[in-house]
Write a protein of this length. Structure first.
Length: 127
């Protein structure tokens, strides 16, 4: 095992709920606009921009330019693997979208992005 690896940096980036929602939305493999990621995470455009800047600086996402538009995608398959592994860990510890986790509110858009609800179900927020 390498002793020069500091997992706390990407862990801090991934551990923030809005950033985690954005990264989870990007697991589809599709590059998404900042506005769409803001909607998924339930934050303002300015807040999403700040989060995306941090994720980009941390090497977790990259920008794809298409004309005047900028889209974000996961930086590598390794990032996707790490997010998926953490998502699995969250499920096995009981901290899922369907259960109570102290200090976390889940918006309907995040639940939709994670595939935990469908558009026909009633909106909800976890305490």
């Amino acid at each position: 095992m390498r002793s020069d690896v500091d997992v706390s940096v990407p862990a801090r980036l991934i551990g923030e709920p809005a950033r985690a929602a954005m990264l989870t939305a990007l697991l589809s493999g599709q590059a998404l606009a900042a506005g769409e990621l803001a909607r998924v995470a339930g934050v303002s455009a300015a807040t999403a921009s700040e989060h995306l800047g941090r994720l980009r600086a941390g090497g977790l996402v990259e920008v794809v330019a298409a004309g005047r538009h900028r889209y974000y995608r996961l930086a590598s398959p390794e990032v996707a693997t790490a997010i998926e592994a953490l998502a699995t860990t969250g499920i096995t510890t009981g901290c899922t979208i369907d259960t109570y986790c102290p200090g976390r509110r889940v918006t309907r858009s995040v639940a939709l992005a994670l595939g935990r609800v469908t558009a026909v179900q009633t909106p909800f927020d976890l305490p």
